[in-house]
Design a protein around this ligand. Structure first.
Ligand SMILES: *Cc1c(COP(=O)(O)O)cnc(C)c1O
Length: 394
């Protein structure tokens, strides 16, 4: 007989136990990977009635179920189910299409992940959905932006690249009072550090490509839904024919088992490096809500239980040549976009061109860092050498 753990379990324990059925796995620790399209029905009557535990590869396999169960266990009691998508952006687009259609209006934070904005300004507009962008710091004042046809508010905290914190519970309270739902991109904190569905979010989205995968070798996304929205979410996923390849689902499940220990290390090392950067003479500001000096710190402390390894830095004014000299001198930081893997990264970014509800004027060049699992002492030594290269080029 397989043993069943005694509930209730803490999130870190659930990450280890969820989505595993030792008996069905012939005693092996991990579930098998089903490469599957066709399902054979036992009899003609069963086939005509679609009577089988699984009906079609795209609509679910034991592999997708194991991953959905493991992800759901992490989201808490308000999660009715999780949909799996082939990327984080596919998860965002699917969640948005679940809640709005022709003639509807949605409110999206001005600090949103840029491809989310592209979806709203492109496909969503062509579908007849109107998007208004709002100041991420708006809080309960978002009430003034609602129209009779506002169906949803999209939040992302902290903001993509710019790291503004949002008062998600306050926004959710207003949205629900107005009969709208709340969608959140929760990739930064993950449900381990921000329990979105417990804070009033109706659909919580993660780019599993980032920390769930954790090894820079996987594209994956997921949407966790409350009971009210799950049927419509599933219906949208099925109608669009979206599904994830079995080996990628397996990688996501494998990544989940170590998510808590990896995130803890990203959190600690990220703060160590952020504090060191904040003391550098070349740095004007570090944008990291877990730092006491950050304007979003009070909200972070109230609502979040941790931070990942991603934050930004505003440099004091310096030439682009000097910034590039800094980036090119780094040997432990790759110059790459998709974060959440074990390795450290840096990119140069600029939000000035595309913001519409707020003005982005940081006062100096901006860099986004991802702090990986390396020893932070080595990362700091690498950054120190790069600052020397920057000064030499200035
Ligand atoms: C990377 C990212 C996405 C998109 O995920 P993909 O899997 O790359 O499509 C969405 N939101 C945030 C905040 C991200 O960082």
């Amino acid at each position: 007989m397989a043993k069943t753990p005694r509930e209730p379990l803490k999130p870190e324990t659930r990450l280890v136990t969820a989505g595993r059925d030792t008996e069905a796995q012939h005693g092996f620790v991990n579930p098998p990977v089903f490469h599957a399209s066709t399902v054979l029905y036992p009899t003609a009557a069963d086939q005509v009635a679609h009577r089988a535990r699984y009906q079609y590869g795209r609509r679910g396999t034991p592999t997708s179920e194991a991953l959905e169960n493991a992800l759901g266990a992490l989201e808490g009691d308000n999660c009715a189910g999780v949909a799996l998508l082939p990327s984080g952006l596919a998860a965002i687009a699917t969640a948005l299409m679940t809640v709005a259609g022709a003639g509807d209006h949605v409110l999206v934070t001005d600090s949103v992940y840029r491809p989310t904005r592209s979806f709203c300004d492109g496909v969503f507009r062509r579908m007849g959905v109107e998007t208004s962008y709002y100041d991420p710091l708006i809080g309960a004042d978002i009430a003034a932006l609602f129209k009779p046809n506002t169906r949803a508010v999209f939040v992302e905290a902290p903001g993509s690249q710019s790291f503004e914190m949002q008062d998600v519970p306050a926004i959710a309270q207003v949205a629900h009072a107005k009969g709208a739902v709340v969608l959140m991109d929760n990739t930064w904190a993950t449900p381990l550090y921000f329990r979105a569905l417990d804070k009033g979010v109706d659909l919580s989205i993660q780019a599993g490509t980032k920390y769930i995968g954790g090894h820079s070798d996987l594209m994956f996304g997921c949407v966790a839904a409350n009971a009210a929205l799950l049927p419509k979410l599933r219906d949208t996923v099925h109608a669009l024919g979206l599904c994830v390849g079995p080996d990628d689902m397996y990688l996501a499940l494998r990544g989940l088992r170590t998510l808590a220990v990896r995130l803890k290390r990203h959190f600690e090392s990220g703060l160590t490096v952020a504090r060191w950067l904040a003391r550098r003479p070349e740095v004007a500001r570090v944008l990291h809500p877990a730092l006491e000096s950050d304007p979003g710190h009070a909200i972070w402390k109230r609502d979040f239980t941790g931070a990942c390894g991603l934050f930004s830095v505003v440099l004091k004014p310096v030439s682009q040549r000097a910034v590039f000299a800094f980036m090119d001198a780094l040997t432990l930081f790759g110059l790459g976009y998709s974060w959440g893997g074990f390795e450290s990264l840096v990119i140069s970014f600029d939000c000035t061109d595309y913001r519409t509800a707020t003005r982005w004027a940081p006062g100096g060049p901006t860099l986004r860092f991802h702090i990986g699992l390396e020893d932070p002492d080595d990362l700091i030594a690498d950054l120190d050498k790069a600052f020397a290269a920057m000064r030499a080029a200035a």
